[in-house]
Unconditional design. Structure first.
Ligand code: GLN
Length: 467
């Protein structure tokens, strides 16, 4: 078998036995990159020299593709934005040092929506990424490059980031496993911030076992990120050995099924997933999360508010692009930002500054924070009755380029992933089947309480086994 097809587990076994070396995997990935990246566009940058150098230094390390908002020392980190053109990272993000400590190495940088704002990767200022299952369709987003690289066998596994669904929705579109860890489970030091009360980095892989191994390497308390508590990291991979659906109480919330815009094929696949779980010994329990209907509105106040503050640092002085038209400090800021940011990023900054402006803050931002608490409480209540929730991951399978023209329709693609992000709990996307006519992959979402990634991974693995 070609080495680029391997997942983490198989790669590690082969490396251990001495069947091949890390450098050989990197070479194989590079060959694959040259063959298919011109068409798929998953990578923005494959650093063959650096990857080979790292592979030679640690001959048993597994290469990982990195979303272009995570800093790797000496490499570009563009966030798929023109404003960061020419910027080179001065240091490694904690997730990158954690990878290196656990026998993984970064091999290249993958495309995304600009500053992680979007659901199709069409907002990248640096190029198009296509869905490896149908080149006329989007890979999802914002971690579309990560998903296309995993789904298109252009990497062994990838890192993505998820603020409102950006790991799970593209994973669903490209037949990958994706984990959005609980808020604070994984350090964000060195990860470009979009919405700081929501952002999390997580694994995107070819199997649940791979996700468990990779999450184990990423997770844990970090001195450099005050939002990471000292909660021990279990041996996730070991927990999977006992994975079973028997006796698992699966919550089914009507708010995730009686929804206009839910594609009938996605509905069929999710219903079948529930049936398979039941046949394998799970118990289905009805639950209700009544504040779900407000989640989109709350997210599109909180996320832009935080983004407008986080993106203030891109001012033409400290990072990347600097306008050559500027005549004074003020025009240096405004022109650099006007030239550097794309339309979606500007839209978010304008919404964010509006909802935070004096006179409106109480009506929008403060109100949104209160409703966020109600959404979180819904999850607390639901988890008193069940071990996990099973929901559709995204309302549709991968859509065509330019199909969702209007920003609101695009935002609605994250309907099912946003509430759990607001609640800070953990969630997975696991492949569940293919649509009948279009043969597109569709994933389902499992949601577990905060810091129950072990449970989440076990249930996801049990599902993978029966699917
Ligand atoms: N699609 C959502 C947005 O545009 C979520 C993005 C994300 O999770 N990074 O904000």
């Amino acid at each position: 078998m070609e080495l680029y097809k391997l997942g983490i587990k198989a790669a590690r076994e082969g490396l251990e036995k001495g069947d091949f070396t890390s450098a050989e995997i990197v070479e194989s990935l590079y060959k694959r990159y040259n063959e298919v990246n011109p068409e798929i566009g998953a990578y923005l940058y494959f650093d063959i020299d650096h990857a080979l150098e790292l592979a030679k230094a640690s001959p048993k390390a597994v290469p990982i593709a990195i979303k272009d908002l995570i800093n790797v020392k000496g490499q570009p980190c563009t966030c798929a934005s023109k404003i960061l053109k020419g910027y080179l990272s001065p240091y490694d993000a904690t997730v990158i040092s954690n990878l290196k400590k656990n026998s993984f190495i970064p091999c290249g940088r993958v495309n995304m929506d600009e500053f992680a704002m979007g659901s199709s990767t069409e907002n990248s200022a640096l190029g198009v990424t296509r869905n490896p299952y149908d080149l006329t369709r989007v890979p999802g987003g914002s971690s579309g490059g990560s998903a296309a690289a995993v789904g298109g066998d252009m990497c062994i596994a990838a890192l993505g980031s998820d603020t409102g669904g950006s790991i799970r929705q593209p994973a669903s579109f490209c037949n990958c496993v994706g984990i959005k860890p609980s808020y604070g489970r994984v350090s964000r030091y060195g990860v470009t911030a979009f919405a700081s009360s929501l952002d999390q980095v997580g694994p995107m892989t070819k199997s649940v076992e791979d996700a468990a191994v990779l999450l184990g390497a990423l997770a844990g308390c970090d001195q450099m990120d005050g939002t990471t508590p000292e909660v021990p990291v279990p041996d996730y991979a070991k927990l999977l050995e006992r994975a079973s659906m028997k006796g698992v109480k699966i919550g089914v919330a009507k708010e995730y099924f009686d929804v206009t815009g839910l594609d009938p094929e996605v509905k069929r696949i999710t219903d079948e997933a529930l049936k398979k779980c039941e046949e394998a010994g799970a118990e289905l329990v009805e639950v209700s999360l009544p504040h779900t209907e407000y989640a989109m509105a709350v997210y599109y106040i909180i996320a832009p508010a935080e983004a407008s503050a986080n993106l203030a640092r891109f001012d033409g002085v400290r990072y990347g692009h600097r306008s050559s038209e500027a005549v004074d400090v003020y025009s240096l800021y405004t022109k650099s930002r006007a030239e550097g940011f794309g339309p979606e990023v500007k839209r978010r900054i304008i919404i964010g500054t509006f909802v935070l402006s004096s006179g409106y803050q109480d009506a929008y931002y403060t109100q949104a924070l209160k409703v966020r608490t109600l959404i979180k409480r819904d999850f607390d209540e639901a988890f008193k009755k069940c071990d996990c929730l099973l929901t559709p991951c995204a309302p549709t399978p991968a859509f065509k380029f330019k199909e969702l023209q209007d920003p609101l329709t695009m935002y609605l693609n994250d309907l099912f992933t946003i509430p759990s992000s607001l609640a800070g709990v953990c969630a997975s996307a696991v492949p569940a089947g293919f649509t009948n006519n279009t043969k597109l992959p569709v994933g389902v979402q499992f949601i577990c309480p905060g810091y129950e990634e072990g449970r989440l991974l076990s249930i996801s693995k049990a599902f993978e086994d029966i699917c």
